[in-house]
Design a protein around this ligand. Structure first.
Ligand SMILES: O=C1O[C@H](COP(=O)(O)O)[C@@H](O)[C@H](O)[C@H]1O
Length: 265
């Protein structure tokens, strides 16, 4: 894992989303050139959706070979299949329905009422098995786990005002997980209470982890996570990529950062 996170601050929310979308297009194109295909883990929430919207609006999106892209999710709200609050449903509306993806390479997390009924832990285990199958025998094991996940090129994370990432909330059991790659989340402080989430070991298996935060309500969380908080109390602080950890902020989200951590805007 890389030691020092990189911080990039953009002028406003829209610019942050556009800059993140431009970087993501480049990262996907580079991965496809280097390895034949690319693998990206999507996030939900306001900033994740804004990135997808910016990507959909970008003429450069045609540089991506969408048929050679694997899409995974870092977390999901455990709700019925078509529920508009599901991260997958929102991602489809923002981008996925507008580009020629290979459906076999799109891996939404399970919904409630499907094969796993209301058993969120069974749903999480099924997603972990899907990740392990995609990783294959040569896939990188996450540091503390024997369950492999694919070598994600970029794993995106929104940062909540309480420093949560994916559905890993401060001091919750999921953030303490060291073996499993995906967990069922019970009693999440942000609705809905039932969720599935990748764990920190799975997140840390990604080549690059990008954390997105825009808006004044994120300023305290960003400052805490980047000022040496531990990953139990501030899950965002525990999210690191193997070769890069990049924070993409707007000016408001960066406003509480100590001067030493704030790059020139
Ligand atoms: O509920 C969730 O929240 C986080 C953060 O969302 P935001 O709207 O505060 O930016 C998101 O990253 C996560 O995927 C989602 O399930």
């Amino acid at each position: 894992m890389t030691g020092t996170p990189q911080v990039v601050v953009l002028g406003g929310t829209g610019l942050m989303a556009q800059a993140a979308a431009a970087r993501l297009i480049t990262a996907i194109v580079d991965a496809q050139a280097a390895r034949g295909s690319a693998s990206v883990v999507l996030t939900g929430g306001r900033n994740g959706n804004a990135l997808l919207r910016a990507l959909a609006a970008s003429p450069a999106r045609d540089a991506v070979d969408w048929t050679r892209l694997d899409l995974w999710w870092g977390d999901e709200r455990f709700l019925p299949e078509g529920d508009p609050d599901r991260n997958y449903v929102q991602a489809r509306a923002e981008l996925l329905d507008q580009v020629p993806l290979d459906p076999a390479r799109v891996h939404p997390m399970p919904y409630s009422g499907g094969p796993w009924g209301d058993d969120v832990d069974a749903a999480a285990a099924a997603y972990a098995a899907e990740l392990a199958a995609a990783a294959g025998p040569a896939g990188p094991a996450s540091p503390a786990s024997h369950s492999p996940v694919p070598a994600f090129d970029v794993l995106l994370l929104g940062v909540g005002p309480d420093t949560h990432v994916a559905s890993l909330f401060p001091e919750h059991p999921g953030v303490r997980e060291t073996e499993l790659t995906v967990v069922g989340v019970h009693g999440a402080p942000k609705p809905p209470p039932l969720r599935t989430s990748m764990t920190l070991p799975a997140i840390r298996a990604a080549r690059e982890v990008w954390l997105l935060a825009a808006g004044e309500d994120k300023a305290g969380a960003v400052a805490r996570a980047l000022s040496g908080a531990d990953g139990l109390q501030a899950p965002a602080a525990g999210a690191r990529g193997r070769s890069r950890t990049l924070w993409l902020l707007d000016r408001a989200a960066a406003s509480d950062l100590p001067a030493a951590l704030r790059p020139p805007v």
